[in-house]
Design a binder for this molecule. Structure first.
Ligand code: FPP
Length: 290
């Protein structure tokens, strides 16, 4: 009874989402705990079909994700805020698996912005810090991370994080330092404008020292001073939870990225949602100003 009700709610939500005019009630239904619990069943069937189709086209080399909607998911499911974030961490591990299975070598996620650090209450930040520590330790010890050769790194103004979080970052980075097949980047205490400011400061310093002539300052020089200097720009940026903005994420790097917005909250993000994002990426003609 619960199962067929869940499937029907999910089907109704997906159908309603096709009509923008009623997307608000559709979003509520799509994120209800009933629909969420059963969405994975229908997803498996659709994901297999989509997965086969995806393999026929070019996949992005670098996928980056703004993982949004943990709290709204929690409020809609009658669970506490911290449990919503916990589900978000579990989802991240699942998504990493799907990305590895597809052979996409670069995954970058936005886990904590400089704005979050200013605006979120202290107790929420403290539990988020504990969650990053748990998540980083779990990832660092995950046998799949080692068998698939995943290197883990964190970028952002890491010095502003508590020392216990920095220690967990060090553990994850040093445990995976020798891997080079995949690169998983977590943006923590991260802001795109702050990253650009830091790069500009370095450029100014190098110029003042006489090591960088004014005429040599170009986009390659700026890119080389970004936190992400060792990875290609994202091909695809996915944002969950219905917000259609970039929120200070990888501002410099996404100049030519394809953007994909989905209404589901991050903890409800399914393999099917990922595949739909990739399919939408494949269907777009990539332009570089032509
Ligand atoms: C945004 O949702 C999410 C966050 C601020 C935290 C995201 C953190 C995780 C998914 C855990 C990551 C774990 C590791 C190991 C990196 P929100 O709180 O803004 O939700 P809302 O948009 O509904 O308010």
């Amino acid at each position: 009874m619960r199962k067929s009700l869940g499937r029907r709610i999910d089907g109704l939500a997906k159908w309603l989402l096709g009509f923008r005019i009623i997307s608000a009630p559709a979003k509520v239904i799509a994120n209800s705990s009933y629909a969420w619990s059963f969405v994975s069943r229908t997803d498996r069937i659709r994901a297999n079909r989509l997965g086969d189709r995806l393999k026929e086209g070019d996949l992005p080399e670098h996928v980056s994700i703004i993982m949004d909607g943990n709290r709204r998911f929690a409020w809609g499911s009658n669970i506490g805020r911290d449990m919503g974030h916990h589900q978000g961490k579990e989802k991240l591990k699942e998504v990493m698996d799907w990305i590895l299975d597809l052979g996409i070598p670069y995954l970058t996620v936005y886990a904590l912005s400089t704005e979050n650090m200013r605006e979120r209450p202290e107790d929420e930040l403290e539990s988020l810090y504990d969650l990053y520590i748990a998540g980083l330790d779990e990832i660092a010890e995950d046998s799949r991370i080692h068998s698939r050769g995943v290197k883990v790194q964190a970028v952002g103004r890491l010095e502003s994080l508590p020392s216990r979080v920095r220690e967990a970052i060090d553990r994850a980075e040093s445990r995976t330092a020798d891997h080079s097949d995949f690169l998983f980047t977590v943006c923590l205490a991260y802001g795109g404008r702050e990253e650009i400011i830091d790069a500009v400061r370095e450029v100014a310093e190098d110029h003042a020292k006489g090591e960088l002539a004014l005429e040599s300052i170009d986009s390659a020089q700026i890119s080389a001073r970004m936190y992400t200097a060792d990875l290609p720009d994202p091909d695809l940026v996915i944002r969950t939870s219905g917000e259609e903005r970039i929120s200070n994420f990888l501002l410099w790097q996404i100049a030519y990225s394809e953007l994909h917005f989905t209404d589901v909250h991050w903890p409800s993000f399914s393999k099917n949602d990922l595949y739909e994002a990739l399919e939408s990426y494949q269907s777009r003609r990539r332009r570089y100003g032509e």
